[in-house]
Each structure stands twice: as structure tokens, then as C-alpha cells.
Design a protein around this ligand. Structure first.
Ligand code: ATP
Ligand code: MG
Length: 512
């Protein structure tokens, strides 16, 4: 078969560099992909958009030899190719930064960057590898990350940057990024966007998966929109609006993203007084009333996540006083914090302690059967009913309940982590770190609604987020943070994006 010709945005015909045709993949009953086709030209950035579970990751895994498709063909440079394993794709210059991080914590940053590279090292002196790695980190604005440091000591966002650096360091014709910005904050995202634009200018083609729709409009030339494992649209981004894109993804209009704010003030319900965490947070004090959502925000490493972990009882080397509903929460005692009504939803599924080999429904009710003493209750019908209720509340489709948790899409795993912590009547304060990381735009709106409902039932939420649009949209009170300290606290309506960015990047220093 000859290579197909397609029309470019300018109307000229040219051969696509890559074309995937009629790709199909089923897992048991689940049709992850059916008859999916897409093309990619040299120097084109193509977005792949769609709800959680739409098939985006499966598609790029099918392209790169991680998953074997049941049907379809892949053509590269006008010839059909078969990639049985990722190394085959790599040999053709096709590199994937996947949604699941694959950093080895026990290796140095440098070794992680070159890990698994083909044809490497015998030809290269170590000094060359170092300077190439350093150059790539610099392009990502990550020159502060030490090449000889252990990767295990890096934050999630920094690990993500290393994943990207790893692929940039290789000779890449087609770079595939599966939600590369889910764990990055605005500043890092900005630098990444510039790096990707410059790659495009040098002729690299990019497939780009993201739930942050702003990135589609800023970065991408074309968009392939998927729903339920099929392609529902394939358009130049210039012909799309945000609302239209959302409609294509969800099959319906979205309505409001954020619920109304909680304005009324009341007595202090939850308070932190002069909290110190050596090396991470200094002299942090704040208070929250019933019904409020308070958000700590800043750049990566600003200390917001650490404050949340302290309240959850997960940090032992902190000092300060924490009270909830007139009771003191001792530091470093997660089980006591939980008994007093504190619930923690981490954006990090590994930290969350999700059992990936168990079905989704068991993970939803896991906190319950631990409380009620014993895994024998796993068969309990009541628990299954409870799981169904929690799934509804966290917008996880019920048909996903029997699925092995590790086989759920990234976003659906995140919903699970959320659902398991909100269900019981004893919760008073929900702690969240990056609660909608990797969640599609429709489910995100539902989760914000859920957070608001939870607060209206007389509880409160303390969250950390580096997604500034989310912070401004959902929080009733915002504390901006910089290098472990609160810069300022604002009520809703008294803060805008410019002020927020100025606070978290510390204007005094920039002006100095
Ligand atoms: N190894 C697997 N075994 C069984 N089902 C799977 C497996 N991998 C994916 N699936 C299913 O295939 C469908 C598509 O999943 P995929 O991970 O491609 O979604 P996605 O579009 O990347 O979603 P997200 O935005 O949440 O990352 C989902 O229903 C998912 O549960
Ligand atoms: Mg995915």
C-alpha cells in the first residue's frame, strides 16, 4: 500500500511522517480502542484529547510497542512498521514519556537520564554524557537538579522533569508526552512549553496528551479528540474553541466549572499555630471556618505539600500546634488524626497506598474494612453496596468497580483515591494535595461540586495546589507560599492571577 496523502492546514498535500490506521485493542470486555487513525507530519504538534479512559494512553502504548494492538497498521516514512517492543520504536527515533513515572530512586539523576538508552555509552565518554544531560536539564529550566544526586530525593515534579529530560537527551524524531504537566506547576509548564516549541522549530514531531486544555491552544497545531476508544474529531486547533473542544470530549456542554464560593465567616474550626518543619516550612499559622475551602499555593517545593502532610500526621520532625473542632491533633500520629476526623487525599497514588492488584471496589472501601477489623469482610455485600455509593460520589463509573485497579486509566485511579476518603460520616477535615491532577475536565467539575457539598455539610477542606486557575476558582481562602513561608492570605475576590504569581515568585527578589 502506498503512503496516504493528506492535506495540511495550508492546503498542500504532503506525506505524513507517521500514520496509524484502524488501530483496535480490547481488554476482555473493554474496547479500549476501535478503528483509531491519526497522522503526524514532520514538525507538527498534535494533541490527543479525551476524558479519563477514552483510550489516549492505550493508543500511544500501541504505537510504541508497549501494548500489542489487535488490529491496524502503523506507517512511518511511507513504509509499514511493526514495533514489538519499546526498543523497536526507539530505534526509529520514537520516544514516549509515559503517564506512569519510571524513575529509579536508587540511581543518580545522571544514570536515570541515560538509563535504557540504546547504542549509548561505549562511544561516549562519561564527560560527554554529563554535559549532554546538563544541557537538557538547562533547556527544561531544571539546572538546579544535581546530576549526582539520588533521584529518590527528588519531588514528584522534579522526577517528571527527569522523565522528560531522559527523552530529550536521545535522538528523537517523534516525541510522545502522556500528561507531562500533571505534576508540574505553572512556571515549569511555561519552560516546558518553550522547550517543546523549539523542538518543533527544529523539525521534531510531538504527540501531546493533556487534560489542561490551555496547553492545547498554546502549543498544538492539530487535535485528535477521542471518546470511548474512537476518534470523534480531528481538527486544526485554530478551528477549535475551548467550549467546542470540551463538548467534543464529553459529548455534552460542561456548564460551570466551579461552584459558588462560601462567603459567610464563622468561628475557627481548624487552626495551625506556628508550625515549623525543618527545611520545609517556617512559622506557618492559618485558620479555617466550617464550610470553607482553604488552599495553599506556590511553586514546586514552596512547602504547601509539607504542611498538608504534617496535618495528616505523616511528618514526625515538625513542631507547632494543630486543632480541629476544639481538639488538638498530635503531630506524627496519622491514626489519631484519622480518629479525630482528618482525611487525606494525596495526588500521589503510590503514597496513597492504593492496592493496584486488587479490584477498584476493594480500594474504595479499604479504609472501612481496616477500621472494622479484617480482610474477611471483603466478601461482605454491604461493603460492595458502599463501594457503589462511593463510586457514584466520586464520579467513577460503576462498571469500573470490578476492574483491577492497576488497569484503570490514570484519571480513574485518581477518582478512586478521592472516593475512598470522603465517604464516611466521621470526616471533618479533608486534606488534599493536587486533587484533580490528571482528571478530565468533566470529572473535575464534578469533583469541585463534591468538595463544595462536603463543606456545606459542616466540614472544611485544606488543600495544596499549584494549578493557579484551580486555586482561584475553588478556594474561599488562599494562602500564597514562598520558600516555606506564607506570603499572604486572601479571601476570595481579593486575589487575581497577577497578584498570585507575583507572590509565589517573590517580587522583592525579582526586583532586587
Ligand atoms: N492493561 C489493561 N487491562 C485492562 N483494561 C485496560 C488496561 N489498560 C487500559 N485499560 C482500559 O482501557 C480503557 C482506556 O484506558 P487508557 O488508559 O488508554 O485511558 P486514557 O484516555 O489514557 O485515560 P486517562 O486520561 O485517565 O489517563 C479504560 O477503560 C481502561 O480501564
Ligand atoms: Mg492515560
Amino acid at each position: 500500500m502506498n503512503a496516504i496523502r493528506e492535506k495540511t492546514a495550508q492546503g498542500q498535500s504532503r506525506d505524513p511522517l507517521l500514520s496509524m490506521r484502524g488501530i483496535g485493542k480490547t481488554y476482555g470486555e473493554v474496547r479500549a480502542l476501535s478503528d483509531v487513525s491519526l497522522t503526524l507530519a514532520a514538525g507538527e504538534i498534535r494533541a490527543i484529547c479525551g476524558e479519563n479512559g477514552a483510550g489516549k494512553s492505550t493508543l500511544v502504548k500501541a504505537l510504541t510497542g508497549i501494548v500489542a494492538p489487535d488490529k491496524g497498521e502503523v506507517w512511518l516514512d511511507g513504509a509499514q512498521v511493526h514495533f514489538a517492543a519499546p526498543k523497536d520504536a526507539q530505534a526509529h527515533g520514537i520516544n514516549l514519556v509515559s503517564q506512569e513515572l519510571s524513575i529509579c530512586p536508587d540511581l543518580t539523576v545522571l544514570d536515570n537520564i541515560w538509563l535504557g538508552a540504546l547504542s549509548l555509552p561505549f562511544l561516549h565518554r562519561r564527560a560527554d554524557l554529563r554535559s549532554r544531560a546538563a544541557e537538557v536539564l538547562k533547556r527544561l529550566g531544571a539546572e538546579h537538579i544535581a546530576l549526582d544526586g539520588l533521584a529518590g530525593h527528588l519531588s514528584t515534579g522534579e522526577r517528571q522533569l527527569i522523565e522528560i529530560a531522559r527523552m530529550l537527551a536521545r535522538d528523537t524524531r517523534i516525541l510522545i508526552l502522556d500528561e507531562p504537566t500533571a505534576t508540574l506547576s505553572d512556571k515549569e509548564i511555561h519552560v516546558l512549553m518553550s522547550a517543546l516549541k523549539s523542538l518543533r522549530a527544529h523539525g521534531t514531531s510531538i504527540l501531546y496528551i493533556t487534560h489542561r486544555l490551555g496547553e492545547v491552544f498554546e502549543l498544538c497545531d492539530h487535535a485528535t479528540v477521542m471518546r470511548g476508544g474512537t476518534v470523534v474529531a480531528d481538527l486544526p486547533v485554530a478551528e477549535l474553541t475551548r467550549d467546542r473542544l470540551i463538548e467534543l470530549m464529553l459529548g455534552r456542554a460542561l456548564g460551570h466549572m466551579f461552584p459558588e464560593h462560601h462567603i459567610a465567616d464563622g468561628a475557627t474550626f481548624f487552626a495551625i499555630d506556628r508550625l515549623n518543619v525543618p527545611g520545609a516550612a517556617h512559622n506557618v499559622s492559618l485558620s479555617v471556618t466550617k464550610g470553607q475551602i482553604m488552599c495553599l499555593t506556590g511553586q514546586l517545593g514552596c512547602g504547601a505539600d509539607e504542611v498538608i502532610r504534617v496535618v495528616a500526621g505523616l511528618v514526625s520532625h515538625a513542631n507547632g500546634r494543630i486543632t480541629l473542632d476544639d481538639a488538638e491533633i498530635p503531630l506524627g500520629r496519622p491514626e489519631v488524626a484519622r480518629r479525630r476526623g482528618v482525611r487525606f487525599v494525596s495526588g500521589d497514588r503510590a503514597e496513597e497506598g492504593v492496592f493496584i492488584d486488587r479490584p477498584a471496589w476493594e480500594n474504595l472501601v479499604a479504609p472501612r474494612f481496616v477500621e472494622r477489623g479484617g480482610a474477611k469482610l471483603v466478601q461482605n455485600r454491604a461493603l460492595r453496596g458502599e463501594a457503589a455509593m462511593l463510586a457514584d460520589r466520586s464520579t467513577l463509573a460503576r462498571h469500573r468497580l470490578p476492574v483491577r485497579t492497576g488497569d484503570l486509566s490514570g484519571g480513574n485511579q485518581q477518582k478512586l483515591a478521592f472516593g475512598r476518603n470522603i465517604g464516611d460520616g466521621a470526616a471533618k477535615l479533608i486534606l488534599m494535595i493536587e486533587p484533580t491532577r490528571g482528571i478530565d475536565v468533566g470529572a473535575r467539575a464534578e469533583i469541585y461540586r463534591l468538595m463544595r457539598d462536603f463543606c456545606e455539610q459542616g466540614c472544611a477542606i485544606l488543600m495544596a495546589s499549584s494549578d493557579f486557575a484551580e486555586v482561584l476558582g475553588i478556594a474561599d481562602v488562599v494562602a500564597t507560599m514562598f520558600r516555606g513561608e506564607i506570603v499572604k492570605t486572601y479571601k476570595t475576590g481579593h486575589l487575581d492571577m497577577t497578584r498570585l504569581i507575583a507572590d509565589v515568585t517573590h517580587p522583592e527578589e525579582e526586583n532586587a
